[in-house]
Design a protein around this ligand. Structure first.
Ligand code: FAD
Length: 530
C-alpha cells in the first residue's frame, strides 16, 4: 500500500457523496427557478415612510447590524444614538494590520507586526455574490470589491494519513474522482444495470454527459491521455518549438483516491455560499464599516461598554461605562435596538419578558480560531504556482488560505495559516497566542516546508477570548430555533434584538444586515401605529 489509509470509505459513503452533490444541486436549481429557495431574502431596503414622529432610538453595538439600523433609521428621521464597546465600529467585521494591538480575555496582548499593506481579517473575509444585502451596502457606500479566490485547482488537499503526508493538487483528486465515478456509472449504463431509472434514449444522453463530465476516452474509460490530462494537468505541458509535445499525466487509481479521503474536499466549493463569484473588500473587511462612518457622524459613541438595559413605559435607558475614563453614564431613547451578541447580552442585566430572556440565554456560541502569518516572500506563488485559493488539510490548522490580491508582489506577504472550529478551536484558544502561532507554523511546514525559513511573525485570534463577542457565531439547532427563535426576534415592550444571531444566516454578515432591516421595518410599523 503506497500510504497509510485515512478514513477508508465505504460504498455507501461514496453513493451518499454523489447523491448529495447531484441531488442537492438539482433540487436547488429546480427550487430557485420556482422562486422557493432564494439565497438571501433581501429585496431592497424597507421604505420607512411617514416620518419618525419625533421618536428616538438607542442602538447598542456597532457591528453591521447596528450600523445598518443607525443609517436607515436616521435617514427616516429618527433621532439615533449608537453605543459601541470598542474604539472602532465594525464589530466582527475587523481587519488587523501592522501596528494594531489587540488584548484578549485573560490579558494577553498582541501587536500585529505585518509590513505596510499586509493584513488579515480575523473574522469575516468573503462575501458571496448571493448575499444581496451586504452587496447592496458595498455598492451604495462605495466599498471596492475584488474577487476572493475560493477555489484554486492548483492549491492542495492534504491528509497526514494519505500519500505519506505529501500534499496533493486539488485538480488531481477532483479530476480523478470525477473521472473514475463517471467511468463506473458509464459501465453500469452500458450493462443496462440501472433498470427503469433511465429510458433508452436518456441512457445515450447520460453516456455522452459522463464522457464530457468525467473526461473519458471514446470507450468511456478514464485513463491516461489527452482528455484526462486536460483536466488534471499534463506531466509535461504543451509548449513551443521542438520540445512542444505534451506528455500526459497518469491518473491515480480509484482505490487510491477513495482511500485517501481527500475526495471530501471536492464538495467544499459546491455550497452556494462558496460559489464563484465571491468577493472581498479591497484592503480588508473593515472597509465596510469604514464606509458607514461618514454617514453616521456624531451618532456613534465609541468606548461605551453597556452594563445594564432597563425599559419602562416611556423609553429605554442603557447604563454604560466609558472604557477610557471609567466614568459611568446613561443614555436614553424611546426605543432600543440591541445588537450585542447573545454571548455577552446574556451577562447583562436587562428587564425583558421571560420568553425573550430565555431565548437570550439559550444559544451557545461556536468556537473558531484564525491565525494570520507573515512570510518574507510569496513562496506559494513563486515555488508552487498557487495564486490565491485554499489548501484543505486534516491537520488541526484546517486550512491555509493564500492572499487573493497582490499577486507577484515582491517582499513580505500574509496568508491565513489556520482557520479551525469545534474542539480544536477551543483547545487552540486556551493556549497563549505565541504558542498558537508556533504550532501553526509547525503544522503548516508539513505542507509548505518553506515556512521554516520564511516565517516572520503572526497574530492568532481565538474567538472565545475576543472580549466583544466571546465566541464566533450563535450556534442554533433546529430544536433551539423551534423553541426560542421567534421569542428572540419579537418586540419586547420597547426593546428588540438584531444581529447575526437573530437570523437564519448565522455566521454571515448577510444575517446581521437582513436582521437589522427586518427589525427597523417592524419598529417603524410600531411607531406609526402608536
Ligand atoms: C471567524 C469568523 C469568520 C467569519 N466569516 C465570515 C465571512 O467570511 N463572511 C461573512 O459575511 N461573515 C462571516 N462571519 C460572520 C460575521 O462576522 C457576522 O455574522 C457579523 O459580522 C455579525 O454582525 P453583528 O452586527 O450581528 O455583530 P458584531 O459584528 O459582533 O457586532 C456587535 C457589536 O456589539 C459590540 N458590543 C459587544 N458588547 C458590547 C457592550 N457591552 N456594549 C456595547 N457594545 C458592545 C461589539 O463590540 C460589536 O461591535 C465570520 C465571523 C467570524 C467570527
Amino acid at each position: 500500500m503506497p500510504f497509510e489509509t485515512a478514513l477508508p470509505m465505504r460504498k455507501r459513503d461514496l453513493l451518499a457523496l454523489i447523491g448529495r452533490s447531484a441531488g442537492a444541486s438539482a433540487m436547488y436549481l429546480a427550487m430557485t427557478s420556482l422562486g422557493h429557495a432564494q439565497p438571501s431574502p433581501f429585496r431592497g431596503v424597507p421604505r420607512l415612510e411617514g416620518g419618525a414622529k419625533g421618536a428616538s432610538v438607542l442602538i447598542l453595538g456597532g457591528g453591521l447590524a447596528g450600523l445598518v439600523s443607525a443609517l436607515e433609521l436616521s435617514r427616516a428621521g429618527y433621532k439615533v444614538e449608537l453605543l459601541e464597546y470598542n474604539d472602532r465600529i465594525g464589530g466582527r467585521s475587523w481587519t488587523l494590520r501592522g501596528g494594531d494591538t489587540f488584548t484578549e480575555l485573560g490579558g494577553a496582548k498582541q501587536t500585529c507586526e505585518f509590513a505596510s499593506g499586509n493584513y488579515i481579517n480575523p473574522g469575516p473575509w468573503r462575501i458571496p455574490h448571493n448575499h444581496y444585502a451586504v452587496m447592496h451596502y458595498c455598492h451604495e457606500l462605495g466599498v471596492a470589491l475584488e474577487p476572493f479566490m475560493q477555489l484554486n485547482y492548483n492549491a492542495y488537499v492534504h491528509s497526514a494519513k494519505a500519500f505519506g503526508g505529501v500534499p496533493q493538487r486539488y485538480r488531481h483528486i477532483q479530476a480523478d474522482f470525477l473521472g473514475h465515478v463517471s467511468e463506473l456509472l458509464a459501465k453500469a449504463v452500458k450493462a443496462d444495470a440501472l433498470g427503469d431509472a433511465v429510458t433508452k434514449e436518456d441512457a445515450e444522453i447520460l453516456l455522452a454527459s459522463l464522457r464530457n463530465l468525467g473526461a473519458l476516452d471514446k470507450d468511456y474509460r478514464y485513463v491516461m491521455g489527452q482528455p484526462s490530462s486536460e483536466r488534471r494537468g499534463w506531466a509535461k505541458g504543451p509548449g513551443g518549438g521542438l520540445s512542444a509535445k505534451p506528455v500526459p499525466s497518469e491518473p491515480l487509481d480509484l482505490t487510491t483516491v477513495l482511500q485517501s479521503g481527500l475526495w471530501r474536499h471536492i464538495s467544499n466549493s459546491l455550497g452556494s455560499t462558496h460559489h464563484t463569484a465571491i468577493f472581498q473588500p479591497v484592503g480588508g473587511m473593515d472597509a465596510i464599516p469604514r464606509a458607514f462612518a461618514p454617514h453616521l457622524g456624531d451618532m456613534v459613541r465609541l468606548n461605551a461598554k453597556v452594563t445594564a438595559i432597563r425599559q419602562d413605559e416611556t423609553g429605554v435607558t442603557a447604563a454604560y461605562t466609558d472604557t477610557r475614563t471609567g466614568e459611568k453614564r446613561t443614555a436614553r431613547a424611546d426605543w432600543c435596538i440591541c445588537t450585542i451578541p447573545l454571548s455577552i447580552l446574556s451577562q447583562i442585566e436587562m428587564n425583558v419578558g421571560g420568553d425573550m430572556a430565555a431565548a437570550i440565554g439559550a444559544v451557545p456560541y461556536a468556537a473558531s480560531l484564525k491565525v494570520g502569518l507573515e512570510f518574507r516572500r510569496r513562496f506559494w506563488e513563486q515555488d508552487e504556482q498557487i495564486y490565491g485559493g485554499i489548501t484543505m488539510t486534516d491537520l488541526p490548522i484546517g486550512q491555509i488560505s493564500y492572499p487573493s490580491s497582490g499577486y507577484g508582489r515582491p517582499g513580505p506577504a500574509t496568508l491565513l495559516g489556520a482557520y479551525g472550529f469545534g474542539a480544536f478551536a477551543f483547545e487552540y484558544t486556551s493556549l497563549a497566542p505565541a504558542e498558537r502561532i508556533a504550532r501553526t507554523v509547525e503544522w503548516g511546514s508539513r505542507i509548505h516546508p518553506q515556512y521554516r525559513d520564511e516565517f516572520m511573525n503572526g497574530v492568532a485570534v481565538g474567538w472565545h477570548r475576543v472580549p466583544f463577542t466571546q465566541g464566533c457565531f450563535g450556534q442554533w439547532t433546529d430544536d433551539l430555533r423551534a423553541e426560542h427563535y421567534d421569542n428572540l426576534c419579537q418586540i419586547d415592550g420597547r426593546i428588540m434584538l438584531a444581529g447575526e444571531h437573530a437570523s437564519y444566516i448565522p455566521a454571515w454578515q448577510e444575517g446581521a444586515v437582513t436582521s437589522a432591516l427586518d427589525a427597523i421595518a417592524r419598529l417603524h410599523q410600531r411607531v406609526m401605529s402608536a
